[in-house]
Design a protein around this ligand. Structure first.
Ligand code: FAD
Length: 318
């Protein structure tokens, strides 16, 4: 099913989940069990990441295919175009076709370090990939694109002006993109400003799914935010006094509260326009289950099966 159809059928708030393909067979088996358990959270869609240059192609396609075939949840496969020839893109899309995957997140990816490499000169930006898929495969795939509420970092690692980036985001939408998933952020004001500008300058209707990463440890939280150029507001940092920063359970629990507040605030302050919240799961489960079960706007999802799911989680380690 197209993830857009699934999204439009749901009027209540919901979540979506991103996973990456594990390296080992046992990792894959564990993850599939976890994803199946997490289906209780009724994600509107599930996405699977793709290593830039096709480094995880087989594993990504295998995981996306297994999820697509075993769960009645739309799957969206990430696909990068930097360093990729059209034949490789077509090969991946043909396999998606045969696996029943109907949604693609079209990305540029980060360019290879070896800039003399001539492979992939066909696609300079994600908008080229959107255009390629839409021209060749028409409506067979719903195509999503990435957006950056705090601007996309340029090659010299300086953060761009959001409004500059919006011009390029508009190119992706004009090329036919159907939905937008954002980079992770913790500053709600920055997301709200971005969403408003997007509605004014890019599209009134294309859905935006805000990217959220649960806080599993203080070190990881800071590292992920830094790597993604996401600022952390002082009022959030202040919630983690030094004496609890090494206590992962305490950090997780505060993190659950923070994420619930972010979700609630976005839902209310966008007048429910934004109602599907995309989690970068890092293939972990517990924090997301807690956020959903405790959030005043999402808890309706697992009310009925909560005990069963809570019991299942006690055995899990993530
Ligand atoms: P683009 O939209 O092409 O933009 C890249 C840069 O070029 C931006 O600075 C933009 O402003 C600029 N630009 C765009 N068009 C033009 C133009 N015509 N002229 C001049 N400048 C232009 N990476 C992976 O490798 N695998 C993944 O699975 C993956 N998943 C992701 C999922 C999400 C939700 C997000 C937000 C990012 C993901 N990434 C992934 C990271 C992404 O590949 C990088 O951030 C990459 O650097 C940019 O990709 P993009 O699709 O946003 O590129």
């Amino acid at each position: 099913m197209s993830l857009l159809d699934a999204y439009r059928l749901r009027t209540e708030p919901s979540i979506s989940l991103e996973f990456f393909p594990p390296k080992t067979e046992s990792g894959k088996t564990n993850l599939l069990e976890r994803i199946e358990r997490m289906s209780v959270l009724e994600p509107t869609f599930i996405t699977v990441t793709w290593g830039a240059g096709g480094t995880t192609a087989d594993k990504t396609l295998e995981l996306a295919g297994l999820v697509s075939q075993h769960l009645a949840i739309p799957v969206c496969m990430h696909l990068t175009c930097t360093n990729m020839d059209p034949e490789i893109i077509d090969g991946a899309l043909e396999r998606c076709r045969s696996l029943g995957i109907k949604n693609i997140l079209a990305l540029r990816g980060d360019p290879p370090i070896d800039l003399d490499d001539e492979t992939g000169i066909h696609f300079s930006y994600a908008s080229d990939l959107v255009q390629y898929i839409k021209n060749k495969y028409r409506s067979e795939f719903s195509v999503g694109v990435a957006a950056y509420p705090e601007g996309h970092p340029s090659e010299n690692d300086e953060v761009q002006d959001v409004t500059k980036d919006l011009v390029h985001l508009k190119q992706k939408i004009d090329a036919g993109a159907d939905f937008v998933i954002t980079q992770l952020f913790y500053d709600v004001e920055k997301f709200l400003t971005f969403e408003k500008l997007f509605r004014e300058r890019v599209s009134e209707t294309v859905p935006i799914f805000p990217g959220l990463m649960p806080i599993n440890s203080f070190v990881l939280f800071n590292r992920s935010a830094k790597n993604s150029h996401a600022s952390i507001p002082t009022k959030i940092i202040d919630k983690f006094p030094v004496e609890i920063q090494n206590d992962d359970n305490a950090v997780k629990s505060i993190g659950v509260d923070i994420l619930m507040e972010i979700i609630q605030e976005i839902f209310e302050r966008t007048d429910k326009r934004v109602r599907c919240f995309h989690f970068y799961t890092l293939n972990l489960e517990k924090a997301i289950a807690q956020i959903v079960s405790q959030s005043s706007i999402l808890s309706y999802i697992i009310d009925e099966s909560e005990d069963e799911y809570d019991n299942a989680l006690i055995d899990g380690n993530g």
